[in-house]
Design a protein around this ligand. Structure first.
Ligand code: SAH
Ligand code: F3S
Length: 433
């Protein structure tokens, strides 16, 4: 009988892919069956995120619950970014934890699972064969790593300390991965990296020199592939050539994540983001001009140290001008090993919360306008998921969640859909065919 694996994945899409990678590595060693019930698992893994403060005690209380309920002899492992930065302290505080595996070390899962109290957190570890394990959580789309780590030093961000320096995976290997996925019926690939459009600066093995724009061209040459998405690009590296390729290549989905962080040029400087408000707005304008119908999403942090009312007003101004189709907004959270955690000009927590509300309330009005304007339009929808009450859901090319009445046969198909009604998070449509 195969062993049972319970895996909880927190955080970003890189973590989703890392979890797939761990499942694949484990299965290469012996068969595991996934379970959603930790009490029946032989192996319990939490794949953690540390970008914002999820109080450490919450991780330990969750681990405590797993430990209490686990079946006899079951193992518990902590993986991901919190594992990278807390390391062996995790085992000190929770001695029943069997192993700690950093975000840059997930391919070592099959080794550590048999070594008790193993701690692998080397952030310079070269996981060159990162992309090549075959477990996929969706039969319709494939997450493919194109780079790991991050070379930037945004002063709020812990990621370079947990995922290490940036290395790019050679382009021919990425193309081979895409081809492998397409053969299994996948129509859409999701290229992943912390800073995808910085691709090509330092490679992890034998390679020909290519930048991200060239990589996009190469990937789009794969016959049978219909859609390319990627995350996350950095506004600083959005040169004209990149935007032109994005706009003109029909396989590249017209939705782009453009993480603003702050609308104030002064705060951007303190964050070491490398661009100004003007540059950011200019890139948004160029994107909207070159790729009509594009959806732009963003990340914004409010209450960064030193953020004045006037700085926050600049963020509101950019939100009003850019009219993002989607926004992920967060209250600044000081993180260990980051420069900004040492800054003394802290913004009062209540002031930051009030700003966050103001921004989110405004964004809701933008989204409501965007969504209701879709009614009557036709979107190409890739159906991926069965929903309750006879609905099937998928994503439009520009990333709106669209639902239609239908059944299983629709899964895996790309179909034109006419939008008949809208809500804040999704659209309802009718198949045209
Ligand atoms: N380049 C990465 C960024 C990872 S962090 C990417 O691919 O998305 C994801 C988002 O979390 C960031 O864009 C930022 O808006 C937010 N974030 C990071 N550090 C933060 C902190 N200390 N406090 C609040 N939000 C933070
Ligand atoms: Fe973090 Fe900035 Fe890199 S947000 S992941 S240091 S681009």
């Amino acid at each position: 009988m195969s062993k049972k694996l319970f895996i909880e994945t927190l955080g970003c899409q890189m973590n989703v892919r890392d979890s797939e990678h761990m499942i694949a590595e484990l299965n290469a060693k012996e068969p595991y069956e996934l379970t959603t019930n930790s009490a029946e698992a032989d192996l319990i893994i939490i794949n953690t995120c540390s970008v914002r403060e999820r109080p450490v005690h919450k991780l330990f209380s969750e681990l405590g619950v797993f430990n209490k309920k686990k079946k006899e002899g079951a193992k518990i492992g902590v993986a991901g970014c919190t594992a990278s930065h807390l390391g062996k302290d995790i085992i000190k505080r929770a001695p029943y934890v069997n192993f700690v595996l950093g975000a840059r070390n997930v391919s070592k899962i099959a080794e550590v699972v048999d070594k008790d109290k193993s701690v692998e957190i080397d952030i310079n570890y070269d996981e060159s064969d990162f992309a090549f394990k075959d477990f996929r959580s969706s039969p319709f789309k494939a997450f493919i790593n194109i780079s790991i780590g991050c070379d930037k030093s945004c002063t709020f961000c812990i990621v370079p300390k947990t995922r290490g320096d940036e290395i790019s995976i050679p382009a021919d290997l990425i193309v081979r991965e895409v081809e492998k996925a397409v053969v299994t019926g996948v129509k859409e690939v999701f290229l992943l990296g912390q800073n995808v459009n910085n691709y090509g600066r330092r490679f992890s093995g034998e390679h020909t020199k290519v930048n991200f724009t060239e990589l996009l061209r190469m990937v789009s040459g794969v016959v049978g592939l219909e859609r390319i998405r990627f995350t996350s690009p950095h506004p600083l590296h959005m040169d004209d050539e990149f935007i032109e390729e994005f706009a003109s290549n029909p396989k590249i989905c017209k939705s782009m994540h453009v993480p603003l962080q702050s609308g104030s040029t002064e705060i951007l400087k303190e964050m070491k983001r490398g661009y100004t408000q003007e540059w950011f707005l200019n890139r948004v304008e160029k994107l909207r001009e070159m790729a009509p119908g594009v959806s732009i999403s963003t990340d914004i942090i409010v209450g960064f140290p030193g953020e004045s009312d006037a700085d926050f007003a600049e963020t509101m101004k950019v939100a009003a001008e850019a009219k993002f189709e989607q926004m992920f907004s967060f209250k600044y959270s000081p993180r260990p090993h980051t420069e900004a955690a040492e800054y003394s000009n802290i913004v009062d927590g209540e002031v930051a919360s009030a700003r966050l509300h103001q921004l989110q309330d405004f964004q809701d009005t933008v989204v409501d306008t965007v969504m209701s304007a879709q009614v009557g339009k036709v979107h190409q929808v890739y159906f991926e998921e069965l929903r309750a009450e006879g609905f099937v859901a998928g994503r439009s090319d520009n990333n709106f969640l669209v639902k239609v009445k239908g059944s299983e046969e629709l899964l895996g198909q790309i179909q034109p859909v006419k939008i008949i009604s809208s809500a804040r998070m999704s659209l309802m449509g009718e198949l045209l065919a």
